[in-house]
Design a protein. Structure first.
Length: 277
């Protein structure tokens, strides 16, 4: 099952590989940086707690889960598709500067978010310190703005299983993790270089302090008896952060960049998957 949006850092290309690295049996599935939900929608756990600090991601899953709101969402996306143009996109983007965004319903906000995701340059979602989107319009011949079939399938999954959706920090999102639960962390990566630092999905950013907090949480969850899996870059800092012999196990996986500013940069790269089992 595929996500209805595209997302920088999406695990779409790695979903099968990651699933093969998961434990065969676990209790509750936790994903504190769910993003587009690529792994979630590949694994399809019956009981899960998913979270994202980006409020529009959390609202998107909530709206798609709701029996009435997901139908309204599809109708709104069809309107966006009919009106799609550069000028229309810029007028929609401007709503987070004029105060209009706050007046929209959750369904309208999600439709705006998903429309912009589909037609923005390289499918990026990037906001400044004021929470204002600043991605220019992309040049796509026929973007899949509505994705009606994908939305319907995701709705069926979310509404027929015990899926809890949250919009908070990664520490709070895992506060109820117990022995036997599974946690997958897919945070903004430690950059390999200065130009690869695309972490502005929320206005809060994710720097070295957050990476250290996440490292500490990884080992705390290990002590609780949870199964923990984490993705990150192959930067030296990542090895230094998680280098605890007998606990962290490093797996190198090969994938293709989903989003990059230059087509020539969308080549094959290595990533780290770290597990405690």
């Amino acid at each position: 099952m595929k996500s209805p949006i595209k997302w920088s850092g999406s695990k779409l290309k790695l979903a099968d590989t990651l699933q093969n690295l998961m434990p065969q049996k676990y209790n509750i599935y936790y994903e504190p940086f769910v993003g587009s939900g690529a792994l979630l929608l590949n694994v399809l756990p019956k009981i899960a707690v998913i979270n994202d600090i980006n409020p529009f991601i959390a609202k998107m899953f909530q709206v798609i889960k709701d029996d009435d709101e997901y139908i309204e969402l599809i109708d709104l996306l069809k309107i966006h598709k009919r009106n799609n143009s550069k000028d229309y996109y810029l007028s929609i983007r401007m709503q987070d500067r004029t105060g209009e965004l706050e007046k929209l319903t959750d369904v309208q906000q999600v439709a705006r978010f998903m429309y912009m995701n589909k037609v923005a340059f390289n499918g990026l979602w990037r906001v400044n310190s004021k929470g204002q989107n600043n991605v220019p319009y992309g040049k796509y011949k026929n973007p899949d703005i509505v994705a009606e079939e994908r939305i319907a399938k995701v709705h069926e999954y979310l509404s027929n299983n015990e899926i809890q959706i949250e919009n908070t920090g990664f520490e709070e999102a895992t506060s109820k993790v117990k022995e036997g639960d599974f946690v997958y962390f897919d945070p903004p990566y430690v950059p390999l270089n200065q130009t690869s630092n695309f972490t502005s999905y929320s206005k809060n950013g994710f720097g070295i302090a957050e990476q250290k907090k996440l490292r500490d949480l990884f080992f705390e969850l290990d002590k609780r008896g949870a199964f923990v899996m984490l993705s990150n870059s192959t930067a030296d800092l990542v090895y230094e952060l998680y280098d605890k012999k007998g606990i962290a196990k490093f797996h190198t996986v090969e994938t293709k960049r989903v989003i990059s500013a230059k087509a020539s940069s969308r080549g094959t790269i290595n990533e780290l998957v770290i597990t405690n089992y």
